[in-house]
Ligand binder design. Structure first.
Ligand code: NAI
Length: 798
């Protein structure tokens, strides 16, 4: 028997396994295999195939599960569609009661669900018991609240319809909660496909849905692999797809849904920086690394996998970290004193091993925790590469395992540059005792979530989601609910006429008729970087009125012009940093200058064939709309979310950076103003393609911009063929978001083209808006699409 002193010296411990008998009994009840949950019942698959679900820590079979076919998906979508009218029509309070009941039942089954999750996924029971499952309950409680408040807090919005939801295996039940709770709160019905490695807690959740008497068809669960997921994505009667998983599959889904009108949110991969400044609490930061990269065996999309350590403390910090690594316990995840469990599947383990081998081959120095690994199961030790190059494979690729890379930096600027040197933008963690430095760094991170002196914190009240190739849309809180809502007015929109997409011909201008003198050259140029510019092609096209008369010429812009415009916009980055008050002043000035030249613009619009009255209404509304966005510039602000105690979680509305805007043919001046003004009011720089048929109202606008102190490069205008230019904008890596108003086919091509860097595309889906109607063409929806929310978590207290 060791003495207490000896125990304290060695810190040896005995196993403390969590009981698994309840889960074993439940699995035994389903010995013949699990079925899909469709229309409120567990139903047989239309096919015969099943797949095995194994315990990754023991290599043992847990269950056989039906493999969903396209027919199963169809049956589930039909059940969801059937349930939708009644569910969406329920008073919010009644939906809230169901969500609340689900939360209560999750809590009642907390122990069971934790053990099941751990057996299915391999994560330590400490995590499933203390983090995953409590957060699941919290998510349903929080969204029970939103269901209660939805009519008052989201007036003018309604549910999207049937939502297809595809989730990964790293937080199986938590990801289910993130998807199902907001969808149901907003009045949608769902078909959810869990990951093939970890479907069991979703099936246990289906039982909870029955227990609480959730109406049939509101939640449907179809199990299966990528093919089942693809069938759900492709189903014509699904109104929205929400996906969490790899960036590669996210891209496929973006392409598959392009032009379908399905609403889309993507939560994808990451390679998040973990910055340690010299003035950080180094011991705290070492614990932070443990939670950042060894939490859930590093299978976390927002894992702090790139350690950036300031040079002066690097050696000391790494020594401390190495010492801490020696104490990490890897083993049976059901053991309550284990820090790290098993990797979810052999294929993922192999992927980690391959990447680590590559890192070594590229010259990285690998440190691994000296722990004993169990002889069975998919285990990998806590690992770190030190002194790697920022451009090495292990620094750039998401390893999705317990492997960090470490590198050093000298100055804060260098830290920020390294941190943002990634195609992803999910999260960042910043360690410094200097609040100025920490917040300055947080503001300059290109990431959707930033944790100051903390890491991997989640709460139902705060939005979670990425910038850049980490996807778009948010999950959680108020911002997450918008993903499951759509403006009510969208329902009644008519299709825009496709004929207007006729190609523009670079024919010479009409010859003067009769004995008229040749007119003074009226070729409108492009407007790039605050200057008029000739189109690269050297061609122009004739702009005609509705009766066919020639009104002048406009430049025929091409991809080179777009690239120049984006470059000019990139140089105007100061606009986003200007105060909102400054931007408001500039917008007021634009409105004032437009007002003083209203007559000219009215004439221009009449030239196109507008009546005097319509022309006046359009100009007047344009002026008012600019005033509206000038007013909003310093009022559409963020929030402080109520998450954990002693934390402020700042939800900041940040501009995207460079936004591409493709204008419709209707209301050539008003639509231009309605799209450009909210975008620049929020601090974006824009590259705009005005209506190809009526570009001259926009080209006349140069003079207004020139005389209104709009800095060069903030608004860039390239005239020409909309869909051709849209393609270049969609494919351009420096364009962070796109608004497309044009034809259905053009919108589809634009969405498809955006799959490369996964920029969000807000498309009119080929519908015509009434630009004079404020409810459609003005308001918070525009400001919301002009911004992305960054949640900055700042803990306080000693
Ligand atoms: P995955 O992206 O293939 O799987 C995620 C989900 O998507 C699963 O439910 C899967 O069945 C489904 N899916 C696969 N192909 C599909 C398709 N064509 N259409 C619709 N659904 C489809 O991820 P996988 O293969 O499990 O893991 C590979 C890598 O992806 C990991 O090593 C990691 O880097 C990354 N990953 C990132 C996650 C995140 O949370 N961001 C989660 C899981 C994986």
């Amino acid at each position: 028997m060791p003495t207490v002193k000896e125990i304290l010296q060695t810190m040896d411990y005995g196993p403390a396994p969590e009981a698994e008998n309840h889960v074993a009994a439940w699995l035994a009840q389903h010995e013949k295999g699990f079925r899909h949950f469709i229309g409120g019942a567990f139903v047989r698959s239309s096919g015969k195939a099943t797949f095995d679900v194994t315990n990754p820590a023991r290599d043992t079979l847990l269950a056989k599960v039906a493999e969903g076919t396209a027919e199963d998906v169809d049956a589930a979508v039909k059940a969801a569609r059937k349930a939708f009218p009644a569910w969406s029509a329920l008073p919010g309070h009644e939906r809230a009661r169901y969500l609340y009941a689900i939360a209560r039942h999750v809590q009642k089954r907390e122990r069971f669900l934790s053990v099941l999750e751990t057996m299915d996924n391999g994560k330590p029971i400490r995590e499933s018991r203390d983090i995953d499952i409590p957060l699941v309950a919290r998510h349903f409680y929080h969204h029970a609240g939103w269901a209660e408040l939805i009519d008052s807090e989201f007036a003018g919005y309604g549910p999207v319809g049937v939502c297809g939801q595809i989730i990964p295996w790293n937080f199986p039940l938590l990801m289910l909660a993130w998807k199902i709770a907001p969808a149901l709160a907003a009045g949608n019905t769902v078909v959810l496909k869990p990951a093939e490695f970890t479907p069991l807690t979703a099936l246990a959740f289906a039982e909870i849905c029955r227990e609480v008497g959730l109406p049939e068809g509101v939640v449907n669960i179809v199990c299966g692999d990528g093919a089942t997921g693809a069938a759900l994505v492709a189903h014509a009667d699904v109104d929205k797809i929400a996906f969490t998983g790899s960036t590669e599959v996210g891209r496929l889904i973006r392409q598959a849904t392009a032009g379908s009108g399905k609403k889309l949110s993507l939560e994808l991969g990451g390679k998040s920086p973990f910055i340690v400044y010299e003035d950080a609490d180094l011991d705290g930061a070492v614990e932070g690394v443990v939670d950042a990269i060894w939490f859930n065996q590093g299978q976390v999309c927002c894992a702090g996998s790139r350690l950036l350590i300031q040079e002066g403390v690097s050696d000391l910090f790494l020594r401390k970290l190495q010492r801490r690594m020696e104490t990490l316990r890897v083993g049976d995840p059901l053991d309550k004193s284990v820090d790290m469990g098993a990797i979810v599947a052999p294929v993922q383990l192999q992927r980690i091993r391959d990447l680590v081998a590559k890192g070594k081959a590229e010259g990285g120095t690998l440190w691994q925790s000296p722990c004993d690994l169990p002889s069975k199961g998919n285990f990998f030790p806590p690992s770190i590469f030190i002194d790697v190059e920022p451009s090495s494979t292990v620094s750039e690729v998401e390893i999705f395992g317990p492997v960090a890379v470490a590198m050093t930096f000298r100055t804060p600027d260098e830290a920020i540059q390294l941190a943002n040197h990634t195609r992803y933008g999910l999260a960042a963690s910043i360690w410094s005792e200097n609040i100025n430095r920490a917040l300055d760094t947080a503001a300059r991170m290109k990431a959707g979530v930033v944790w100051v002196n903390s890491t991997n914190l989640f709460d139902a009240a705060a939005g979670f989601g990425g910038y850049r190739e980490s996807g778009f849309g948010r999950e959680g809180g108020r911002e997450g609910l918008y993903e499951y809502l759509k403006p009510a007015w969208e329902k009644g929109l008519a299709d825009a006429a496709d004929a207007k997409a006729a190609p523009l011909s670079a024919a010479p201008a009409d010859a003067p008729t009769g004995n008229a003198l040749p007119s003074i050259d009226r070729t409108a140029k492009l407007y790039v970087g605050g200057k008029q510019a000739r189109p690269d092609s050297g061609y122009s096209y004739t702009v005609r009125s509705t009766s066919g008369a020639s009104l002048g010429q406009a430049g025929l812009g091409n991809r080179k012009d777009i690239r120049n415009a984006v470059e000019a916009a990139a140089k105007a980055g100061g606009w986003g940093g200007a105060t909102a008050h400054n931007r408001a002043q500039v917008l007021y000035y634009v409105a004032e200058n437009l007002a003083s030249r209203a007559g000219e613009f009215e004439q221009r619009l009449q030239g196109f064939g507008h009546s005097a009255e319509t022309a006046r209404a359009e100009v007047e509304k344009s002026i008012r709309r600019i005033f509206f966005y000038a007013a909003q510039a310093d009022k559409y602000d963020g929030r402080v979310h109520s998450t954990r105690s002693r934390h402020v979680t700042l939800a900041m509305n940040e501009p995207f950076g460079i936004l591409g805007i493709l204008c419709p043919d209707e209301a050539p001046l008003l639509a231009f103003v309605s799209l450009v003004m909210p975008a620049i009011a929020m601090g974006n720089r824009v590259v705009v393609v005005p209506s190809p048929v009526h570009p001259l109202a926009a080209t006349d606008f140069y003079q207004i911009l020139d005389t209104s102190d709009v800095p060069g490069g903030v608004v860039n205008i390239v005239t020409g063929a909309r869909d051709e230019l849209a393609k270049t904008l969609a494919e351009h890596d420096d364009v962070a978001a796109l608004w497309y108003h044009g034809t259905k086919s053009g919108g589809a091509a634009t969405e498809k083209g955006s799959a490369g860097n996964l920029k969000p595309v807000w498309s009119n889906q080929g519908k015509s808006l009434d630009w004079l109607a404020d409810v459609q063409a003005q308001g918070a929806d525009y400001l919301r699409h002009a911004t992305q929310v960054k949640n900055i978590w700042v803990p306080y207290g000693e």
